[in-house]
Design a protein around this ligand. Structure first.
Ligand SMILES: [Zn+2]
Length: 75
């Protein structure tokens, strides 16, 4: 479980970096802000692009699990 936690921390760091970059270039992203964002599933660490893909991923792979959008900086 420790290994998983370390991975999660590293991913949070990456996510923070991505967010900073997104904020810096917010002029270009506009209404596209959440639709093309790279996200990593907190359960299986699969990479998906955008909130919609994440929801579809949960529906397909994690049936019955609660998708907490806040964990992904969404919602
Ligand atoms: Zn997953």
């Amino acid at each position: 479980m420790v290994r998983g936690h370390a991975k999660s921390v590293a991913q949070q760091k990456n996510q923070k970096k991505a967010e900073e970059r997104r904020k810096a270039g917010s002029k270009n992203t506009g209404d596209d802000k959440n639709t093309k964002r790279a996200l990593t599933c907190k359960i299986c660490f699969a990479s998906v692009i955008g909130e919609k893909a994440l929801k579809e991923h949960f529906a397909a792979k994690h049936i019955g699990k609660e998708l907490k959008l806040g964990d992904y900086g969404l919602g």
